[in-house]
Write a protein that binds this ligand. Sequence first.
Ligand code: IFM
Length: 451
Amino acid sequence: MDSDDALELPSGFRLGVSTSAYQTEGAAGDRGESIWDGFLARSRLPVAAWSVATDHLRRLEEDLDLAAGLGVTAYRFSLSWPRLMPEGRGRPRREALALYDRMLDAVLERGLEPWPCLYHWDLPRAMQERGGWAERDTAYYLADHAEVVGELAAGRARRVFVMNEPNVHAVLGHLAGRHAPGLTDPSAFLGAVHHQNLATGLAVARLREAAPNVELGTILSLQPCLPAAEGEEHELAAELADAVYNRAFLDPLFGRGYPEPLADMLAGHVEDGDLDELSRPLDVLGVNYYTRLRVRADAASPVGLALADPPPASEVTAMGWEVYPRGLYDVLMRLREDYGGPRVVVTECGAAFPDEPDAAGRVDDERRARFVVAHLRAALAARAAGCDLDGFLVWTLVDNLEWTDGFAHRFGLVRLVPETLERVPKRSYAVLREVAASGAVPPPEAVTELA
Ligand code: IFM
């Protein structure tokens, strides 16, 4: 995988950036409540963080100019379900349709491909009150939302994605209580696993009808799960983490049903025909990659395992995540070797670092630039080894609301000035622009010579 040469971007390979509705729009403008509004209101975050987020709704054109200024191909964003349907069902709001209609056009006008995503964790509160993802009905309501988005996207979007990281939403939101809706309920977790998978299949069927010429995909966060120590108990713990985090979503999507021990645990949720419904063929799988998980057995934990710290001396991001580009290569090769080699695109990859502006307000974020280049090279190495990979999107364009961390952890290629919400491109922005313009991806050590 390692080489000192610049790697060439293959022809037709798409570079781009990814964003999401709640993290940029926040609760601004007219819309129904999202599960995140109440959850963050109960946190220590200042209201301004999540009520305005990056003020994207008022600065849409400016943000899209920044995306286009990178010279990349694709722009991924999500549509807020509670903005379109305040109760999560019924007729969509005219103003919200007009907003996303404009967003699609504004992306196209700049020569970018719009890649909308239906669901980036932004569930209408009214849906949560009906049981949220613990309830089967939510999957059918999501399919109605899919039809609305499909009608908007038809003829304009190149690709539409259904879910963003249902695995993270299930684990952090329904089992660990660290994300909205803030549950620590194993039964709600199991429901969230199966009903989000089911929703994917139902939404794909509706989107195929509403937007026949659009490529359809869904997005998983995939992380290699490796034992953090020698010994059978640690290997078993890593296998369990892999089953819960990766395979509970990958296996059914690719027609293999649920892995053990989830298959038994989910038996009460899975109805006849569900496994066919949720394995409808997709055109592309979106992979979000940030780090690997090091897992150890832990008898004191209710799930029998715990995550170990990154190895000593490894580079870590502000999130405490180990910088491990090799894991992206491994994840992509696993899809080729174990899941029949689907068409894949990296839909998120990026890093939070404690960016400090200089006296002129500029951020020389060389570490982020090296991170992006190193991971892009790992992805290209997997492509060269046979993975059917056609693009790589960086998370994210402008520093945005990192959920419960607010703006403490910033992933942007563009700095959001806290006091003024002004946008200032960082050095990593210039590096990505240079990569897109030259078609050459230098080794990470060489980014100093770029931009
Ligand atoms: O900010 C999130 C995004 O919403 C989903 N993927 C991971 C990112 C970084 O934590």
